[in-house]
Design a protein around this ligand. Structure first.
Ligand code: NAD
Length: 432
């Protein structure tokens, strides 16, 4: 099929490269001219395992093209995915300007039937607005369908998630749209759930809100565990073995972050409010998440007493492992809070430092974890990179001024570190 993907970020690039790999002709479009000119040269603006090879391979085979002309992309493709950003406005609402913009451009440039696929995460009823917008701006009476096809990939494992999803959700209202969407995804051989459009839109917000709820629940439990001397990892294991609960998303830590959960929760709460429902549960989830970040900060403060002028090594800047994405990263929030109290931060992250350097001017970036801990009063692990699970702690102990480890992601065995002579502070490990 001839496909265009409008918006070439994490979702657009991964979807575009994967659809090309499946044998489709794909045009990835974006209004960021610089990004597109780099992409044409094979320079990938994000770190995502396997993406560079996939893009370069499909560029060579001429199944994948890049353009900054949304017009040209619309003219050339029957199926058009919208994968632009939908950030939060100040009041928590999703900013749908990009979606509306693209819908208008599609309307003004389509030259035959078009299937418009809403892939960005959007509030329920956005597809109706896209449909109304296209109908209002269309030049000739070309036929078109709008479908909702929310994306569930996770940064860090995006290609595998895209090609092996637990389910593909497609919200449609015509047989033709259903047929095109199912044949597009059929080569993946994964379950396809076809629903009405509003249900599909809701499935995405509901799924993210539910996952965030699981995280906040276990984080709240971590605070209980600390107070009574229980171990949240054991509690999570005991809960997770119950099939009705499942073990995923029960890892206590520093709180969730990233470009999706915080914004999607805000948007879901706001849309619920608009239609007359007070989504109290989600407000509590959001508050618990903010509280968890403060909880970790207080632990550090309790351990160091005075933060001013302390040298603190922070390992991990990205909002989670295997990505360079710093959007709403709890690590950045923590660093900002520490800097505000006068700490001197030395940081290391395997992939996110180039992006961090652009806006973090008050900290020192190090070439590896060992350089970061040299002479530091404390080591904080803020992102769960595998590299940090394999550190040589004998070397770390020698380099630190004080053998204090704050494990904000609960990746270490407290017993082992204590045996080596460290003061270990985890999240919900009862601080035994
Ligand atoms: P991103 O910021 O990485 O990419 C968005 C791209 O859209 C940018 O390159 C931007 O230049 C482009 N863009 C914005 N407005 C445009 C316009 N009017 N015309 C053309 N291009 C435009 O965002 P992302 O992380 O890829 O997310 C995109 C959407 O997918 C969001 O709604 C997000 O919630 C959702 N989503 C993201 C993930 C994820 O893990 N990142 C997962 C599932 C769903």
């Amino acid at each position: 099929m001839n496909i265009s993907i409008i918006g070439s970020g994490y979702v657009g690039l991964v979807s575009g490269a994967c659809f090309a790999e499946l044998g489709n002709n794909v045009i990835c479009a974006d209004n960021d001219v610089k990004k597109i000119s780099e992409l044409k040269k094979g320079v990938i603006p994000i770190y995502e395992p396997g993406l560079e090879e996939l893009i370069c391979n499909n560029l060579k085979k001429k199944r994948l093209k890049f353009t900054s002309s949304i017009k040209d992309a619309v003219k050339a493709s029957e199926v058009i995915f919208i994968a632009v950003g939908t950030p939060s406005l100040e009041n928590g609402e999703a900013d749908l300007t990009g979606i509306e913009n693209v819908a208008r451009t599609i309307a003004q440039n389509m030259n035959g039937y078009r299937l418009i696929v809403e892939k960005s995460t959007v509030p329920v009823e956005t597809c109706s607005w896209v449909k109304k917008t296209i109908a209002a701006y269309i030049k000739k009476k070309y036929k078109f369908d709008v479908v909702s096809n929310p994306e569930f990939l996770r940064e860090g494992s995006a290609i595998n998630d895209f090609t092996h999803p637990d389910r593909i959700v497609v919200g449609v209202e015509s047989a033709k749209a259903r047929q095109i969407m199912t044949s597009l995804y059929q080569p993946l051989n994964r379950p396809i759930l076809v629903t009405n459009i509003k249900s599909a839109e809701l499935i995405k917000h509901a799924s993210n809100a539910f996952l965030a709820t699981k995280i906040s629940f276990i984080n709240a439990l971590s605070q209980i565990c600390d107070r009574v001397g229980a171990n949240v990892k054991e509690v999570a294991q005991g809960m997770g073995l119950d099939n009705r609960i499942g073990r995923h998303f029960l890892h206590a830590g520093i709180g969730y972050g990233g470009s999706c959960f915080p914004k999607d929760l805000d948007a879901f709460i706001t849309i619920a409010e608009k239609i007359g429902y007070d989504f109290d549960i989600l407000k509590a989830v959001r508050n618990t998440n903010e509280e968890q970040k403060k909880f970790v900060f207080r632990k550090i403060k309790d351990a160091l007493w005075i933060i001013k002028d302390k040298s603190i090594a922070v390992l991990g800047l990205a909002f989670k492992a295997n990505t360079d994405d710093l959007r709403n990263s709890p690590s950045i929030d923590l660093i900002n809070a520490l800097v505000q109290e006068g700490a001197k931060i030395k940081a290391y992250d395997p992939k996110a430092m180039e992006k961090a350097k652009r806006f973090m001017k008050d900290i020192v970036f190090c070439k590896d974890p060992y350089q970061a801990v040299r002479g530091a009063d404390c080591l904080i692990v803020a992102t769960e990179w595998n590299e940090f699970k394999e550190l040589d702690f004998i070397k770390i102990k020698k380099a630190l001024k004080h053998p204090l480890v704050v494990d904000a992601r609960n990746i270490y065995d407290p017993g082992q570190l204590k045996k080596l002579g460290f003061t270990y502070i985890g999240v919900g490990s009862g601080n035994e």
